[in-house]
Design a protein around this ligand. Sequence first.
Ligand SMILES: Cc1cc2nc3c(=O)[nH]c(=O)nc-3n(C[C@H](O)[C@H](O)[C@H](O)COP(=O)(O)OP(=O)(O)OC[C@H]3O[C@@H](n4cnc5c(N)ncnc54)[C@H](O)[C@@H]3O)c2cc1C
Length: 649
Amino acid sequence: MHTQRVIVVGGGLAGLAACVRLAEAGLDVDLFSLVPVKRSHSVCAQGGINACNDVARQQGYSEYEHFDETIYGGDYLADQHPVLEMANWAPRIIDLLDRMGVPFNRTSEGFRDLRLFGGSLFKRTHFAGATTGQQLLYALDEQTRRYASEGKITKYEFWDFLAPVVDDGRAVGIVAQDLRTMQVRSFPAAAVVMATGGCGLVFGKSTNSVICTGAAAARCFKHGVWYGNPEMIQVHPTAIPGADKLRLMSESARGEGGRVWVPRKARDARRARDIPDAERYYFLEEKYPKYGNIVPRDIATREIFDICVNQGLGVGGENSVYLDLTHKDPEYLTRKLGGILEIYEKFVGVDPRVEPMKIFPGVHYSMGGLYTVFEPGRYTPREALDKHRSGAGAPIGAEVGLGMSPGDPRNMSTNIPGLYAFGEVNFAYHGANRLGANALLSCLFDGLFCGQSVVSYVRDALPKAPEPRQAALDAAARAEENHAAALLASASGSAEPDASTNPYVIHKELGVEMTSACTVVKSGPRLEQCRAKLAELRERFSKVRLGDAATWTNQTLSFTRGVGDMLLIAEAICLGSIERRESRGAHYRTDFQERDDANFMKTSLAKYDPQRGVTLEFVPIDATLVRPTARTYGKVEKKEPAAPSMATV
Ligand SMILES: Cc1cc2nc3c(=O)[nH]c(=O)nc-3n(C[C@H](O)[C@H](O)[C@H](O)COP(=O)(O)OP(=O)(O)OC[C@H]3O[C@@H](n4cnc5c(N)ncnc54)[C@H](O)[C@@H]3O)c2cc1C
């Protein structure tokens, strides 16, 4: 009999939602996390989670509108069928979380309150103050504990996932290391779910938690799992600069009425409150009158970048613009945004209720991730529809199974059978740009809906293996033990310390290079420089030296191993950025400024093999539901003031 245990790597929203679904179906789950699950990055999510509800529906919103604006927001690069199914499930997911006790904000009439978020003209974002991620994570943690107390879920916290074990072409377990005892061992499983979050640390400073290295995804990539759209990195328009890391100022600040502006006069030295309205440049509102401050993130980011870097209009000549909430009632702000205003006050020392905040874009999210497949559902229009008109009746209902076939073992499986990718580490839902408040939804949808697909795989699709694959598990564990031993041995050499082989120095240089070359504005020549720099860093990393040989809680070992993996993901990001010779969503090339659907409305697929290294190809996406249109968000081209005519001179 083959084992019926499933391994879930990652205890954020996607991982915990998967655990709950799997345990509920009667499978035993081993849950791995670098940190206590309640410290997973999801706890930091602030602004909310998108879903249609009855209040939104009365305004003319629908699940279909949610689907359509997500496809448009992602600049037609997302997989359309999974997005349709996700949008249709969103209200059900919110109802479930409500029943689990998530304290969503409510209106005075008792309805779940909604706020505006980027890329939509409708209020459709549910929220729990400004700590939505924390409330969701804690609710799922309660459920996980219930199953843990029944022996259905076993938690391995402070364990580092090192490798998937693949035998006969399918996943049969993992290798992991206990970060306290440093023991390396393998764990068998009938299926493995990767739910390991994003890779912000590849860019050094980001809004992500410092454990978001992307190393776990890189380790799958190294073992043959394909990686989709690596070049699609989201830079959030409103981050709070910091010496150690960036902190997010959530989009909910703009959703609740925050206005972005700079003084019209460059280097205006007056305090913000002394600058009259007529002398303020509300550039998002002027250029995008329809969406104003809630244009999607890629657009807001490029506009802020342009204002500061190209036009030199940043506040005080610096890379910063105002995000202003001071016109709003302070009591209202505290009720709706208390958590994030506290963060600003704590780290900047200024009360945003009184002074406008100073913000600048920062690396935030990875739309790219492990490549996954799906089984399409029942909705097959004869031809793809045009973009939905906001507020118009939906062409289809929101029944289950229109987008994806429920419970099909293929849903969100990687190219290795039995290995699934859920949450931010999955590439499928957000295309070239994620709409704010859709990430939490995709995590929960993956766990709760696609979790059922893992159950089907284990119960019905998995070949009945006569023996546990012990030889493969042992060999994989030995390889990782040897890798760890070689890194540890580098700490005991007698050579003088050398900055060029110091893992922290290598990581710092990696972050600076990637932020400079692979974020808001990219160009062929700069990307080629980046490729050369990455080769240099890889060469230096091959001689890396640890500063700590301890065989107990050696954090340097875990960090250093992660640096090697970040270099691999960086290579895929850089290569994808080079090969995608167009501009789409968050990927903007100065040398190819237009979107090129004929050649690039395709997923970029990075593959790795030890001989050829990282390679990239483009594969078609199934775009049979929505037809691409120009993605302008109602931009008004600036009318140049008429040149003075001879008559007026
Ligand atoms: C500051 C901030 C605010 C945000 N706010 C919102 C919001 O309001 N709405 C929204 O929709 N989205 C928001 N997002 C995005 C959203 O929070 C994330 O995309 C989402 O929480 C990711 O969840 P996840 O479950 O995929 O991964 P995570 O929550 O990042 O969890 C990853 C898990 O994997 C584990 N792990 C990682 N590597 C290993 C390894 N090697 N071995 C073992 N375990 C490992 C970690 O320990 C962790 O348990 C925000 C993002 C940021 C940065």
